[in-house]
Design a protein around this ligand. Structure first.
Ligand code: GDP
Length: 317
């Protein structure tokens, strides 16, 4: 079964890894958020793309879920000693990725081309695509500071400012990266991974929808295809990150049901955790089939089991 997974960073990467443990590599395409990308220390950093690639390559730090395993931070420590910016944690191995990517971007190569070559070098056999080759930058509108670039909000200010809304700068002119619409067109299912709906998945949908949903409705929801989401909110909370806090600050009670409503009529199927079983009926009332299962992925086996549950759920199609 050909699957296109839409993913942010850590939550998305874990389920993508579960799918990669089961599906033949040619059956999995992961389309990754680039709204978190930013320029730092003169380098182009693509946190979600790198998290997905490192995870699929088996190179990710198992403690954090992001960055590289067995990492050192000599370069960053020495930059900070010189009075430079040390707030965004970039390890030495990770820096090699950013330096080489930045060099190639400056020489005119596209992000999708560079990502394809890096994946080959790291031994990733699945297709990993940035959502777009054109820059899209998530801007967080906050009560305290007005608009903040995403990493300024997320890492520098530790998600403390209260959010009022989001904007994806550059999205109007950003086209899906080469291969994205083709993969969607051939997929039996689109899987929205358990990533932050506001800042990991919405930027991808914002890029896809003008072409894939509005102008080509069959690309996202053609029968007999499915669009299935796995809730990143469990028992009203996130496993990590600010998604639940964002819902609350925007006046929406954080819940799996809120996530199902967030994606709305795009969904044919929705997966929620056993602790949220009571919400399944209300999601079913929206015309969306539900699967209630364990959705916490602590181990590689958890990732595989959840991926298998999702595939079994949609496979009658
Ligand atoms: P980020 O860009 O690294 O913040 O990563 P994502 O947007 O992909 O992931 C953040 C979301 O993943 C949070 O809302 C978490 O609740 C969710 N998440 C992380 N781990 C798990 C997990 O094991 N199960 C589920 N269901 N959600 C998870």
């Amino acid at each position: 079964m050909k699957i296109v997974a839409l993913a942010g960073g850590v939550g998305g990467a874990k389920l993508a890894d579960g799918l990669a443990q089961i599906l033949p590599p040619e059956d999995l395409t992961v389309v990754v958020n680039t709204g978190d990308d930013f320029e730092h220390l003169g380098l182009t950093i693509c946190p979600d793309l790198d998290t997905v690639c490192y995870t699929l390559a088996g190179l990710a730090n198992p403690e954090t879920g992001w960055g590289r395993a067995a990492e050192t931070f000599h370069v960053l420590e020495n930059i900070a000693r010189l009075g430079g910016e040390g707030w965004f944690k970039l390890g030495d191995k990770d820096l090699a990725t950013h330096i080489e990517r930045t060099r190639r971007l400056r020489s005119g190569e596209s992000l999708s081309q560079i990502t394809r070559d890096f994946c080959r070098a790291w031994g990733v056999r699945q297709v990993v695509l940035p959502m777009s080759d054109e820059p899209v930058r998530t801007i967080v509108d906050t009560v305290e500071y007005g608009e903040l670039p995403f990493q300024e909000y997320f890492v520098h200010r530790k998600c403390e400012p209260r959010v009022k809304g989001f904007r994806f700068a550059g999205v109007e002119s950003a086209k899906p990266a080469p291969g994205v619409l083709e993969a969607i067109g051939q997929a039996q299912a689109i899987l929205i991974c358990p990533s932050n709906p506001w800042v990991s998945i919405d930027p991808i949908l914002a890029v896809l929808e003008p072409s894939a949903i509005c102008h080509r409705p069959s690309a996202i929801r053609h029968q007999p295809s499915a669009t299935v989401a796995v809730s990143p909110i469990i028992g009203g909370r996130t496993v990590k990150g600010p998604a639940a806090k964002m819902y609350a600050e925007l006046g929406i009670t954080p819940s799996a049901l809120a996530v199902a409503r967030h994606y709305g009529s795009r969904l044919t199927h929705f997966v929620l955790d056993k602790v949220d079983q009571m919400q399944a009926a209300e999601v079913e009332n929206m015309g969306i089939q539900t699967l209630v299962t364990n959705t916490i992925m602590r181990t590689p086996e958890d990732r595989r089991r959840l991926a298998q549950d999702v595939l079994n759920f949609i496979s009658p199609l």
